[in-house]
Design a protein. Structure first.
Length: 320
C-alpha cells in the first residue's frame, strides 16, 4: 500500500523497515507510525512480522534496513536516553521469577525520577491480592497485570504493550482497558499488539494490519469498517446444524426483496455470514429462506461488520 506521511506529532515512526532471518525477509519494507495521545494497534496473523517490528521499536532487535525512530531517537543507538521514557510489556512478561510481585514493582519504580504511586497502581490492577507471591507462582493473567504495572510505573511517553490482556478474566481485562484509556488521555503514545479483535476495536484510534512483513491496511476503526470497503456490511451471522445451500438462499433473498444485493458465505463448518441490507424485512427474509431449506439454526445474530471481519478479509481464513 502507499506510504503515508506520519503526522508531525508522531512518537514512533517506522520507515521501510527490513529484518531478515535465515535469508528470509520477516519484515519487508514496512512503514507505520504511532501518535502521541493515541492508541495504535498493530494486528496480524502469527508470523506476519508484527512482533519483530515492535521489537525493533523497543530496541530489542536491530533492523537490517530502513529506519526506526521513537521520540526522534534510534532505539538501539540511543537506548540509554530512551530507556527512562519508554515502557515495554512483553508477552512472556520478562519478569524475574524469584522475587515477590510487589517487591519487584517497587524495585522497578525506584529506577525512575518521578514514578507513579506504587500503591495506587497496585490497587488499580488488583496486585495486592498476590503481593507477596513470587512471580514464578503467579497465574498467566496475574503475571500480565504485574508486567503492565512495571511497564507504566515510570510514567513513559511511549508504551509498547504486547498482548496486554492475554490470559485475563473479564474483570482484569476491563481494568487494563481503563488504564490504557487513561494513558491515552495523559498524552502517552500506546502501541498495542493483540489477537483480540474486540480489544483493538474498543481501544484503537488507528490500526495497522500487517501481513507477510508489510502493512497491508491502515486507518481508524470506522475507516476500516466502512461498508463499501469490501462489499455490504454483514447483517446476519448464524450457526446451522445442517449444511446450507448458499446459492438457493441467495436467490430466495433476491427474489423476496427485489433490487437488493446479497452475499452468503460459509466462514467455517456450520457457520455462515449473510450480507445485505439492514431492515426488519431483510431479517424476516433470511428466516424464511432458512425455513424453506428446513435448516435448524443453533445461533443467529444480527449486527454490523466487525474488525474481525475486516481482518479475515484482508489476511485470509486459512491456518498458518
Amino acid at each position: 500500500m502507499p506510504t503515508t506521511v506520519p503526522p508531525v506529532e508522531a512518537a514512533v515512526v517506522v520507515h521501510r523497515l527490513r529484518k531478515t532471518y535465515g535469508g528470509r525477509d520477516v519484515v519487508d519494507g514496512l512503514d507505520l507510525h504511532a501518535s502521541a495521545g493515541a492508541v495504535t494497534a498493530v494486528l496480524g496473523p502469527n508470523g506476519a512480522g508484527k512482533t519483530t517490528t515492535v521489537e525493533c521499536c523497543e530496541g530489542l532487535r536491530s533492523p537490517d534496513g530502513g529506519s526506526v525512530r521513537v521520540l526522534g531517537l534510534d532505539p538501539v543507538a540511543d537506548a540509554v536516553a530512551l530507556r527512562p521514557r519508554v515502557g515495554v510489556m512483553l508477552q512472556d512478561g520478562g519478569l524475574p521469577t524469584g522475587v515477590r510481585a510487589l517487591e519487584m514493582l517497587r524495585h522497578v519504580a525506584s529506577m525512575y525520577a518521578a514514578p507513579r504511586d506504587v500503591g495506587e497502581l497496585a490497587e488499580r490492577l488488583g496486585l495486592h491480592a498476590f503481593a507477596r507471591t513470587t512471580v514464578r507462582r503467579l497465574s498467566g493473567g496475574q503475571r500480565q497485570r504485574l508486567a503492565l504495572a512495571a511497564a507504566v510505573v515510570g510514567r513513559p511517553e511511549v508504551v509498547f504493550l504486547d498482548e496486554p490482556s492475554a490470559g485475563m478474566d473479564p474483570q482484569s481485562r476491563h481494568a487494563v482497558w481503563e488504564l490504557v484509556r487513561e494513558l491515552r488521555a495523559d498524552g502517552v503514545a500506546v502501541v498495542l499488539t493483540t489477537h483480540l479483535m474486540d480489544e483493538a476495536e474498543d481501544l484503537a484510534d488507528r490500526v495497522h494490519v500487517v501481513d507477510h512483513g508489510r502493512v497491508i491496511a491502515s486507518g481508524s476503526v470506522p475507516e476500516l469498517l466502512a461498508a463499501d470497503a469490501d462489499g455490504p456490511a454483514p447483517t446476519v451471522r448464524l450457526d446451522a446444524t445442517d449444511d446450507l445451500d448458499v446459492a438457493t438462499l441467495t436467490a430466495d433473498l433476491t427474489a423476496a426483496l427485489p433490487g437488493t444485493t446479497w452475499q452468503v458465505t460459509r466462514t467455517d463448518p456450520g457457520t455462515y455470514q449473510v450480507s445485505g441490507p439492514t431492515s426488519p424485512a431483510a431479517v424476516a427474509a433470511v428466516a424464511a429462506g432458512l425455513a424453506a431449506q428446513d435448516v435448524l439454526v443453533r445461533r443467529l445474530g444480527v449486527g454490523r461488520r466487525t474488525l474481525e471481519d475486516v481482518f479475515l478479509d484482508l489476511t485470509g481464513r486459512h491456518l498458518r
